[in-house]
Each structure stands twice: as C-alpha cells, then as structure tokens.
Design a protein around this ligand. Sequence first.
Ligand code: 13P
Length: 249
Amino acid sequence: MRQKIIAGNWKMNNSNTESLSLLQELLNFNFPKDIRIIISPPYTQLGLVNEKLEKSNIEVASQNMHFADNGAYTGEISSSMIKSLGVFISILGHSERRTYFNETDESLKEKVDKAINENIEIIFCVGEKLSDRNSGNHFEHIKIQLEKTVFLQPAESWKKIIIAYEPIWAIGTGETASPKQVQEMHLFIRNIISENYSKTLADSISIIYGGSVKPSNANDIFSQSDVDGGLIGGASLKSKDFAAIVNAS
Ligand code: 13P
C-alpha cells in the first residue's frame, strides 16, 4: 500500500508567534494515523517547529537545501545544518526556487545526490508552465525534469523519494488542475518510473499533487487512483483548511 501524504509548504510566511499558534491549533486536531503529515516552515523556524512537534506524528521538512557541505554560499543552508535540527526531509525543485532563484535540472541533480547521500528524504517537485500545457508539451517537459535528476539515482534511492506534481499555472492562482488532468499526469509519471526501474518500484512511490488544493476540491483530486496526497501552499496556513484537506485524503 502506498503511503498517503499531506505536506504543508508554508513558503515565506508567518512570524515565530504566528507559527506557534498555527502549530497549537494543528496539534488540537485528531489526524488519522494512516496519513503521513509533513509541515515545511521557513528555515528560521525549522528547529522551533520540530521541537514543538517532537511528540506528535507530524514531521518537518525544509523548503530547500544546498548541495555543498559548507562554505562561501551566503544565504544558503546545508544538509548537515538541517539534520542538526532533527530534520530529515527536504522539498527540492519547487517551481518558485526554479523561477526566482534560477535552480536548474543540473543544480537540482547535485542537490538530489547530496540529499540521498546524507540520508535526507526528498519531496521532489516537477511541473509545467501553462505554455507547455497549451502546446501539448507537458508530458515531455515532466519527463525531462525527472530524467535529468531523480532518474539518475539507483533504485534503492527511491525509498527516499516522494514526487510532487505541481503545475506552475495552478500554484497560488486559484486555478486547479482538473482531477482528470492530475490523474493523467500522475499515471504518466508512475509509468515512466516503471519503465526506468520496475512496476513494483513504481507502485510503491507516493506521487502527490500541489496547486490550489482547498477543502472544496481536495476530495475530488485525492480520490484519483494515482494521487497519493497533496503538497499544500496557501491552505496550509489555516489550520481548519489544512485539517479538512488531511481528512479529505
Ligand atoms: P498553493 O496551494 O498556494 O497553490 O501552493 C502550492 C504549492 O506551491 C505547494 O508547494
């Protein structure tokens, strides 16, 4: 059985005080035990959030990490820094990192290598622009993003890889991919994992969807057979919405 996962990407939001009250609200919900819940706060709150969630079954992920061990990389954060806070999961390749911080498939390959070598689990994001979708190039685009990064890993690394499909045109726009569009892409991703590795491996990988998931559309998206949960942005900042999304999965 594939693991269901709901991850909240808080992006660059919340003061420490706001995050603490959001966490307190989340801890008051009785989340189903069979769903893996992950929260990804800004770097400055990774330690604080992880400490507060220590006794809960909610896990913590960083929103990014650098591929070098240490050195002259002003503004960056390394895998050992994340691990020293007790955090062992990182989102990599988010489209906002690719778009605003010039992350490329080449630099992401380095990050994937580093994370896997350091035993950090990754939520690896892929997604196409509206222009790719409109020109019918969306499947090829996703294939290339995977081929240049995670598909270069050996099969055993996939124990540490979660794929997040996040079409750029659906992120923060209020526009959600239809359940049919999401299912079609998730199945495509699963099939190419199967071609590159094996059906058994492909069937074990969680592929989650991100892009304007809300309580009102979560159930329709999560009920698709190849959708194993979601990566939630805006709605993860409101405890009631996030809880409703967890309960819809
Ligand atoms: P929204 O849910 O705000 O569209 O963000 C999705 C996302 O980018 C999660 O990583």
